[in-house]
Ligand binder design. Sequence first.
Ligand code: C2E
Ligand code: MG
Ligand code: MG
Ligand code: MG
Length: 281
Amino acid sequence: LSKAQGRNRYAFFTNELNQSISRRLQIEEHLRAAIDNGELRVAYQPQYEVKSRSMIGVEALLRWNSSALGQVGPDEFIPIAEQSGLIVPIGRFVMQQALSDAMQWVAQEPQFKLAVNISPVQFRDEELADFLRQELERSGFPASRLELEITEGILMRGGPMVENTLATLHEMGICLSMDDFGTGYSSLSYLRRYPVDELKIDRSFVQEMTVDEADRELVSAAISLSRGLGLRVVAEGVESKEQLEALSEMECAVVQGFLLSKPVCAKEIDALLMQREWELS
Ligand code: C2E
Ligand code: MG
Ligand code: MG
Ligand code: MG
């Protein structure tokens, strides 16, 4: 490597680094104003019961159409919102919007549940339980129809504050769902220690289950485990009829994925609820 090449390389790396830092800063800056500017929207992805082929709930998923940056995906802006603390006000916005949108769905469908993602940073907010109690009261939304999707990381770290919050939420009647199940540092002991109601099998396992024997076994094991522990089980990321058939054979209770529906706006959920059964894409 000549000296000049070395220098070029260095310049190349600092340039890349600068670009990613400036993108990050831009996102943080514009995200700060996004709530007030009305740039955040909540989309909903249906969850279907396999047995009845009917919609039994939705997962709320945040969307950001920035006037400055265009459409930015949650996988990019949620981590930045977490690091900057912005996830707390943003998460409150999602909760308020979702409770208000889902009010009529739970009134219409006796089993219907609303699932909302809660990041570890939101979970460490001491006011989380109080905020939820206040919003449930204000909206009249039944606590037993609200489900918080948390990741294994929250439970793995544990600690007295996490345990207190979990116990309080459980007492309030709110359900807990273990999102992305199988991707964390799974020690299964937390399933015994904490009041978890549901496992969501991560889509990376579902996606390979019809071509990879090991993934198929893991999905099957997660379904048996849920059954044994009396937990609800949801397979996420179902994209093909083959996957749906395999899951159905394994008696997986609930499915969610692009095959059934992409995340859509609240109005489209109204329309999908009118249909008696799922319509595969
Ligand atoms: P997640 O909670 O695991 O959500 C599922 C993600 O998988 C969503 O991506 C959804 O659009 C996508 N998905 C669903 N079905 C399929 C499928 O069949 N194929 C494929 N390829 N993807 C599918 P999305 O909306 O981009 O969200 C990404 C992540 O961002 C979420 O993962 C969640 O961790 C986080 N997130 C989204 N909204 C919120 C929010 O309001 N609060 C918090 N704290 N996190 C959120
Ligand atoms: Mg989720
Ligand atoms: Mg997930
Ligand atoms: Mg996730």
